[in-house]
Design a protein around this ligand. Structure first.
Ligand SMILES: Cc1cc2nc3c(=O)[nH]c(=O)nc-3n(C[C@H](O)[C@H](O)[C@H](O)COP(=O)(O)OP(=O)(O)OC[C@H]3O[C@@H](n4cnc5c(N)ncnc54)[C@H](O)[C@@H]3O)c2cc1C
Length: 486
């Protein structure tokens, strides 16, 4: 029998957890995570949360304007206004849940600066803000009788049923089914479609693929953010050197150990991410070298150890002491601005299907996300999603009544090896920071279309590997289609 719940939330990062906590306690809520409940983009967030928490030297209008400038004014102004106006209350709410943001000696909140912000407005927990938020939200959820969190459950198929949505889920040793009146996709990013990304293994775009298969509108998937300063290593998952390091004064240097941002933008190291990433790529062509560095050695050692303990430890693992050494950096995939199209209440174009957080496209970020606006987006639109569901329940929307089994046959041929690697190479070649020339994009799109058709039409065994390959192929297909049509 399918397990029944009022609300099924697919994803256990900041967006999924905050949505669950914002739902009324008379609704049964099940939250699923593909791996352990702390493996998510949310847990890795370093910099912090941007919000206007006091009007001394800051204003909603300034935060809105900074967000619009970073987004190249392709943002949805209603979504941005909602984000900025409703954000501070959500930040205060997570503080009530126990999130401990760093304070000054006088007890006021410490605020940092990141690229594109005209004011210090980013609150943080050292450089491990995301882990602090996820830990406290998980602890809060554990106290709620109506919330059940289940780990190692990968949703691989959604079906619209009468008055609800059914989810087929892979577990370690078989499959389960859930039937819910409302389903919220909170599956995070798509980083793993690239060869180099800051995102963890769960970021394969599953939610986008599931929504796409249901016919939901997917919007601006080619709006991909490349972070300019990931630690330059051969690893697939790149260690991020937060923008807050530049916010606190780090210089960006080229292979000759010279600052160069003055050639590209008057905001220098604190220009928005897309500008700095592009500057690095153009500078690398000019100098013929991919060697770039961050230099924060001019700041006091004790200050750095206290302010950036995670980055200090992370770099030390690669033999780099940030208090004395230059940090080697290079851009890599980091964030997705586009996603499943939603309205201001997080509704997708499919009835009873919602999307929140990084997998959604609220229009808040436009073409380029302003630093530290995404955790805020997860909170603001997670709460709005919960409120909308609550209103639908109050209005007497009927619940599903069919809980019979509809298992999907998992049997089939093993999937060919190497497809995921091939997709990543195509994406890295066709669209990294800037689109490659039209021929390369066209060839990439053609090959990705072939891979997708093969995965969709072949009778393959349904495994986590197959499902993720299907998600990556779907995401790559939509991105390159958009890029080739521009
Ligand atoms: C290194 C790094 C640093 C960052 N720093 C900041 C920052 O300082 N400030 C900021 O605002 N933003 C930052 N971001 C971005 C921000 O962390 C994310 O955009 C945001 O946390 C996304 O939250 P989410 O809940 O939407 O997704 P996630 O936190 O990624 O959660 C996704 C969840 O979905 C689950 N899932 C995925 N597929 C399935 C499936 N098929 N079935 C079941 N579950 C599934 C995963 O297991 C996971 O639980 C950073 C991101 C990274 C990677």
């Amino acid at each position: 029998m399918s397990e029944k719940c009022d609300v099924l939330i697919v994803g256990c990062g900041a967006a999924g957890l905050y949505t669950a906590l914002s739902l009324p306690e008379n609704l049964n809520v099940t939250v699923l995570s593909k791996k352990d409940d702390t493996v998510s983009n949310s847990s890795l967030a370093q910099g912090g949360v941007a919000a206007v928490l006091s009007f001394e030297n800051d204003s909603f209008d300034l935060h809105i304007e900074d967000t619009m400038i970073a987004g190249q004014r392709c943002n949805d102004i209603d979504a941005v206004t909602t984000l900025v106006h409703e954000g501070p209350d959500q930040v205060r709410k997570i503080m009530e849940y126990g999130v401990d943001f760093d304070k000054n000696e006088d007890g006021t909140l410490q605020k940092t600066l990141e690229g594109g912000h005209s004011r210090r407005r980013i609150v943080h927990h050292k450089d491990t803000t995301g882990a602090e938020i996820v830990d406290k939200l998980l602890a809060q959820a554990a106290e709620r009788k109506n919330i059940k969190i289940l780990e190692n459950r990968a949703v691989f198929k959604l079906t619209c049923v009468k008055n609800g949505i059914r989810a087929n889920v892979l577990t370690g040793d078989g499959q389960e089914e859930y039937c819910a009146a409302y389903c919220v996709l909170a599956t995070g990013g798509i980083g793993r479609v690239y060869k180099y990304t800051t995102n963890p293994c769960v970021a394969t775009g599953d939610g986008i693929r599931l929504a796409y298969e249901l016919g939901a509108q997917i919007k601006n998937l080619s709006y991909v953010q490349f972070h300019p300063t990931a630690f330059n290593s051969d690893g697939r998952e790149q260690f991020l050197i937060s923008e807050a390091v530049r916010g606190e004064g780090a210089y960006l240097l080229n292979c000759n150990k010279e600052r160069f941002m003055q050639r590209y933008d008057e905001r220098l190291e604190l220009a928005p991410r897309d500008v700095v990433s592009k500057a690095i790529i153009i500078e690398s062509r000019r100098t013929g070298s991919n060697n770039f560095y961050l230099d924060i050695t001019h700041r006091d050692r004790d200050y750095l150890l206290n302010r950036f303990p995670g980055i200090y430890e992370g770099c030390l693992k690669y033999g780099v002491d940030i208090t004395k050494d230059l940090i080697p950096v290079f851009p890599c995939q980091h964030y997705l601005m586009g996603g499943i199209a939603v309205d201001l209440n997080s509704r997708t174009t499919v009835s009873r299907l919602y999307a929140v957080g990084e997998c959604s496209n609220t229009g808040v970020h436009g073409k380029n996300r302003l630093a530290s606006n995404s955790l805020l987006e997860a909170l603001v639109f997670g709460r709005r999603c919960a409120e909308d569901i609550s209103n639908c329940v109050k209005a007497g929307m009927p619940a599903p009544d069919d809980f019979s089994d509809h298992p999907v046959s998992l049997d089939g041929a093993p999937m060919m090896k190497g497809l995921r690697t091939e997709i990543r190479s195509i994406m890295q070649r066709s669209y990294f920071v800037m689109p490659a020339n039209a021929d390369v994009v066209r060839m990439g799109f053609k090959r990705v279309s072939e891979i997708l058709a093969r995965l969709q039409n072949g009778k393959f065994r349904i495994t986590p590997d197959y499902c993720e390959a299907l998600s990556l192929a779907t995401v790559a297909y939509i991105i390159l289609k958009e890029v080739s049509e521009k």
